[in-house]
Design a protein around this ligand. Structure first.
Ligand SMILES: [Zn+2]
Ligand SMILES: [Zn+2]
Length: 336
């Protein structure tokens, strides 16, 4: 199979990714092979490629095929997989497999399973013509949802949805979203769906314009202190942070009202958290299989949409370079 592999972590500009031919995957019991049609390009991929996450054991090995927002067609079934068919359109999220029997798996919180395998980080991912997947962790793509627009639902979509599920937003609530990128632009849409007033804190003109298009109030962090801007309206009930920055997380904590909640999904320092304000700061990582089904249903019903720009698979480094330079408006997607 054709694949883009990370040979050794380091600066993207140093040619860390290379196109190569790998042996075709062979499905074991309970597995399937997917012919990949589209794979989203995630900031997590960039972190792994550049060696930011070596201390977390990511990548687990090299050379590795990155990519964890994968859509394609089933090309081959392993033994015991009798609920899927060759040719069916499916997608895979970062959760490649889980043990299925720990306390987290048994309570629908698959993403907390200590034995989980992560697509493109501990097993080969979707920057390839084919990918091996766990049949119990693939999701059928509803008709009417294109391959490209479906791919980012498998990371930004599910990640945004799980983050918002930790908040009890209702019409009239106020929400500030720090970072309007792949995940952020989905958080804005799910936030608007709740009827909340949504503020989008971003620096680039493109991101501020996208936030406006999606029904949020843009807050330009490049031309002033976003905390002051949000405080002028009395502070917000809740904030969500997917901008990978200590400053953004600390601004979010400062922006919420006493008793408010910040949900964050990046490696960042919270800073001082005054107990007397009873603020809550909650981590959030990807989401469960059930939530994945809910996200696909909402997208198929036209209630949310991933905004995409496409790149050829062999131009993965080009797409990642644009992401690194802040030139991707919402989500870059590699296509076969
Ligand atoms: Zn991702
Ligand atoms: Zn488990």
């Amino acid at each position: 199979m054709h694949a883009i592999v990370l040979n050794a972590p380091g600066a993207l500009e140093d040619g860390r990714l290379g196109a190569t031919e790998l042996p075709d995957p062979v499905p074991g019991p309970g597995q399937v092979v997917i012919e990949v049609a589209a794979c989203g390009v995630c900031r997590s991929n960039l972190h792994m490629i550049e060696g930011d996450w070596v201390g977390y054991g990511v990548p687990a090995f090299t050379p590795i095929v990155p990519g964890h927002e994968v859509v394609g067609r089933i090309a081959e079934l392993g033994t015991g997989v009798d609920w899927l068919q060759v040719g069916e359109r499916v997608g895979v999220q970062p959760l490649w497999s889980t043990c299925g029997h720990c306390a987290h798996c048994l309570t629908g919180r698959d993403q907390l399973c200590p034995s989980k395998q992560i697509t493109g980080e501990t097993v080969h991912g979707g920057y390839a013509s084919h990918m091996l997947a766990t049949a119990a962790h693939v999701h059928r793509i509803p008709d009417g949802l294109g391959d490209v627009e479906a791919a980012p639902l498998f990371c930004p979509g599910i990640t945004a949805y799980n983050a918002l599920s930790k908040l009890s937003l209702r019409p009239g609530s106020t929400l500030a979203v720090f970072g309007v990128g792949g995940v952020g632009h989905m958080v804005l849409q799910f936030g608007v769906l709740t009827g909340a007033d949504v503020y989008a804190v971003a620096r680039s003109r493109d991101h501020l314009a996208l936030a406006d298009e999606l029904g949020a109030h843009p807050v330009d962090a490049s031309s002033g202190d976003p905390v002051r801007a949000l405080a002028a309206d009395g502070g917000v009930d809740a904030a969500v942070v997917f901008a990978p920055s200590d400053e953004a997380l600390q601004q979010a904590v400062a922006s919420i009202k006493p008793g408010g909640t910040v949900v964050f999904g990046v490696h960042a320092r919270v800073g001082v958290l005054p107990f007397a304000e009873e603020k809550r700061v909650v981590g959030s990582v990807i989401g469960s299989r059930q939530q994945m089904h809910e996200v696909l249903a909402l997208a198929a019903a036209g209630k949310v949409r991933a905004h995409c720009e496409t790149f050829a698979l062999d131009d993965a480094a080009g797409a990642l370079g644009r992401l690194k330079r802040g030139q991707v408006r919402a989500r870059a997607v590699l296509v076969a």
